[in-house]
Design a protein around this ligand. Structure first.
Ligand SMILES: [Zn+2]
Length: 96
């Protein structure tokens, strides 16, 4: 597991506060990114406030990130450690 820190809401009415959690290890077709910047869009705000009635707390908003590749999985060929990368939406897409 990879230790990580984010800003999380613990309830629909709470402010965001520093939050330590763990990410899964890097899979064979994944990259680990040291996040430098993160956007917080309107869908993040809806999610934090549980306005779609499906929020799982603690909730760390921000799904649009820019950072540097820190580690690559054994099957990754398009990126290398140190590359500047961005994630537009969400991880673990089914690709269909
Ligand atoms: Zn968004």
């Amino acid at each position: 597991m990879i230790p990580a820190t984010g800003y999380a809401a613990k309830h629909s009415f709470s402010r965001l506060k520093p939050f330590a959690f763990e990410r899964n290890d890097v899979g064979p077709n994944e990259v680990q990114i040291d996040v430098m910047f993160c956007g917080v869009c309107h869908s993040d705000i809806h999610q934090v406030k549980n306005e779609w009635s499906n929020t799982v707390y603690p909730c760390v908003p921000g799904h649009e990130v820019v950072g540097r590749v820190a580690k690559i999985g054994q099957g990754v060929t398009r990126h290398a450690v140190g590359d500047l990368v961005g994630v537009g939406c969400m991880i673990d897409s089914c690709r269909h």
